[in-house]
Write a protein that binds this ligand. Structure first.
Ligand code: SF4
Length: 383
């Protein structure tokens, strides 16, 4: 029998959380998942959790596996103390063949590391009480792409064990967060415009906010003439940008190498147009899916209020994420047609985008290549 009560620095929080409409239908696919989050993930746990797991009172055969599944990091901190030691095939050693978790099954949910217990859910109680699911989970994308309705949000009473914020956030900042996000979602869901133009409008809104953070959308001049799209030139810019990620993330490397192979000794314009047409024919609502997926991602990461990350840099990261995902889906779908293939490509990319320093890296790369003003951004956003 496992320890009944787990006492971490985290507190039990029972509140009405704002959640996206799909949230109530989320259920882990367990053994039916095509790319399980238990495989290859660099899960780290805090010191208290490490010693709790080592002190568990359970069957000797299970205990031995648990003890070997986690090892202290070389430079541990209290919060990041130990990591999962994956099997030779990259799987978590506690991940059973039937897809279920040995730790969960033997000792109960209350001893699971925080990330294993809640993933793909990301509960927040600082700027607002809200929770959504990460796009890196294929089930999240399946639910998002189930229909073409605009993503909506609702309240749901939920309980989480969570760290309370160290400082109270002033009420006026919380109100601003809600207002700004409403404006952002209203711009991004304006389906009268193509999605790349909506992202440009978002850039105009965020620039206007520099002078007046409370500015209303009807006070902004959104007129904008898109520059002509030169596929060869834009393709070159994208290659230079994605080249900077070389060897940084293995999963992204795999995708970029495969995507690039489409163009080897071939005419870029011809391949690009062919792949674009193929994507539009096989996944006809792909633009709407992108809209929903981006909004879900922005909600998940509390855009544009992320800590230690300027609003401008967050916007660059959004543009960079969009062009990367466009490039990957367009080129990796070239010989595929199913929605599952499409979801697998996106979920795999999001295992990097949502769970690493990717955002900060891509915004710094874009600055290095001077892709920072609306004129240069709007060129690549059209790809
Ligand atoms: S990726 Fe999602 S559906 Fe798959 S095992 Fe993880 S939580 Fe479950």
């Amino acid at each position: 029998m496992a320890l009944k009560q787990v006492s971490f620095a985290k507190e039990k929080v029972v509140r009405e959380f704002l959640v996206p409409d799909y949230y109530k239908n989320f259920q882990c696919k367990g053994g039916n998942c095509r790319d399980s989050c238990c495989v290859e993930w660099k899960v780290t746990i805090p010191m208290e959790q490490y010693f709790l797991l080592h002190g568990l009172n359970c069957k000797a055969s299970v205990k031995e596996k648990i003890d070997r599944a986690f090892r202290p990091l070389l430079n541990p901190t209290k919060e990041r103390y130990a990591e999962i030691v994956h099997n030779y095939d990259g799987d978590c050693p506690l991940h059973k063949k039937d897809g279920y978790c040995l730790l969960h099954e033997s000792c109960g949910e209350e001893v699971l590391p925080w990330v294993c217990r809640y993933y793909p859910r990301g509960p927040r109680i600082d700027l607002a009480d809200e929770v959504s699911c990460a796009n890196s989970c294929e089930k999240t994308l399946e639910l998002l792409f189930e229909n073409v309705n605009k993503l909506s949000f609702e309240k749901k009473s939920l309980t989480f064990l969570i760290n309370k914020p160290k400082e109270d956030i002033p009420e006026d900042r919380k109100l601003l967060y809600i207002k700004v996000r409403e404006n952002i979602f209203s711009l991004l869901t304006n389906r009268d415009n193509p999605l790349h133009l909506r992202i440009i409008h978002l850039g105009k809104y965020l620039s206007a906010m520099r002078d007046n953070s409370h500015i209303n959308l009807d006070e902004i001049d959104f007129s904008y003439i898109l520059p002509e799209c030169n596929i060869n030139e834009n393709h070159q810019i994208l290659w230079s940008l994605f080249d900077l990620f070389d060897s940084k993330y293995r999963r992204l490397d795999e995708q970029l190498i495969e995507a690039r192979s489409n163009y080897l000794v071939k005419d870029v314009v011809e391949v690009y147009n062919k792949n674009k047409m193929h994507l539009n024919e096989s996944i006809k609502d792909n633009e709407i899916y992108f809209e929903k997926m981006l909004i879900n991602d922005l909600f998940f990461k509390q855009f544009p209020f992320q800590n230690n990350f300027s609003v401008f840099d967050q916007y660059l990261a959004l543009c960079g994420t969009y062009v990367l995902l466009r490039y990957l889906t367009l080129n990796l779908m070239a010989d595929k047609t199913s929605i599952d293939d499409y979801i697998d490509i996106l979920a795999k990319s999001f295992t990097v985008i949502s769970h690493s320093e990717f955002d900060k890296l891509i915004s710094s790369f874009m600055k290095r290549l001077e892709i920072t003003d609306l004129a240069s951004l709007s060129k690549i956003l059209q790809m």
